[in-house]
Design a protein around this ligand. Structure first.
Ligand code: XMP
Length: 319
């Protein structure tokens, strides 16, 4: 039986053999996958690894701080933290097409990453937290024709352009296995158990134009939703839960006044690997409570809806 302890040792040997005395650079996304890949590679080659966290300003509230804190304080892994929010938001101005958003974010991420790699004197290898489902989904959609459903910004592009070889120690793993490996490596449970978060971040949860103001509205609503999920003890029963700030505005009434504000959609799904998913059924009373809190506490939202679509035919993210 192949245990995670054995997998860890085998991968460490493999990474050492592949990398030799070369330098490795790893892009952190804020998610579990890149964090586990980085910690594993650090264990294998130590100071030959440098991590770069390109903060595009499209994170949830507190997320960037958590990642930086984990790497700098807990693991003492060399980390370059680039705050590129202004650059990303400026480039997203006026962009509404989902693939255009994804492509811009992916390309800009590479530009910033490349620039930082140059600053630290370059590297021979690029490490990525690519998982097995990423490998499959970036090629074709399960059971369907060979078309690109979404351009994942963390797969492809970078290595060719930067003339670096890839180190992808998680390529054979599914999400639950990556979590098991993360625990094996001693990553804090709170980090390992985190829901997946897409590379393009909140930009693909704001259909229509992405602005700083809309990111802030979404961050507030999303934080309330997740706080309620945690308080209800439901976080670990859900694969992924998040809010979507729609471009639809509707009429409402608040006190004596009329409002004309955005509709926020809530999504929560169960899944094994993200390739198929079912809408999560919340216990009675939960969603009305969240809806009331969000409409009362988040200015700019006056209506809340719940998304019951499974995957397929829906996807998990809206864009
Ligand atoms: P979809 O929306 O395609 O998402 O059903 C499946 C899973 O992938 C995540 N996702 C991404 N992850 N880069 C990522 O690292 C991306 O560009 C990306 N797009 C979607 C999504 O959150 C879900 O867990």
């Amino acid at each position: 039986d192949w245990t995670m302890a054995e997998f860890r040792q085998a991968k460490i040997a493999e990474i050492r053999a592949q990398v030799g005395s070369g330098k490795v650079i790893c892009g952190l996304s804020g998610g579990v996958d890149s964090a586990v890949a980085a910690v594993l590679i650090h264990e294998a080659i130590g100071e030959q690894l440098t991590c770069v966290f390109v903060d595009h300003g499209l994170m949830r509230s507190g997320e960037a701080e958590q990642v930086v804190g984990l790497f700098r304080n807990h693991y003492n892994i060399p980390l370059v933290h680039v705050n590129a929010e202004t650059l990303f938001l400026a480039g997203l101005a006026g962009v509404t097409d989902p693939e255009a958003k994804r492509k811009f974010i992916g390309k800009t991420f590479i530009d910033v990453f490349e620039e930082e790699a140059r600053k630290i004197g370059g590297a021979d290898f690029l490490a990525q937290g690519t998982l097995y489902p990423d490998v499959i989904e970036s090629v074709s959609f399960t059971g369907g024709p060979s078309v690109t459903i979404k351009s994942h910004h963390n797969v492809g592009g970078l290595p060719e352009r930067m003339n670096m070889k890839l180190v992808e120690p998680l390529r054979e793993l599914f999400k639950d296995e990556v979590r098991a490996l993360g625990r094996e490596l001693g990553l804090p449970e709170q980090f390992v158990g985190r829901h997946p978060f897409p590379g393009p971040g909140l930009a693909i949860r704001i259909p229509g134009e992405v602005t700083r103001e809309r990111c802030d509205i979404l961050r507030k609503a999303d934080a309330i939703y997740l706080e309620e999920i945690r308080n209800a003890g439901l976080y670990d029963a859900i694969w992924q839960a998040f809010a979507v700030l729609t471009p639809v505005r509707t009429v409402g009434v608040m006190g004596d006044g009329r409002t004309y504000d955005s509709v926020l959609a809530l999504r929560a799904v169960t899944s094994i690997d993200g390739m198929t998913a079912e809408a999560f059924e919340f216990p009675g009373g939960f969603l009305p409570r969240v809806a009331t809190r969000i409409v009362n506490e988040v200015r700019g939202v006056n209506r809340v809806a719940y998304d019951y679509t499974s995957k397929p035919p829906g996807t998990i993210e809206w864009e």
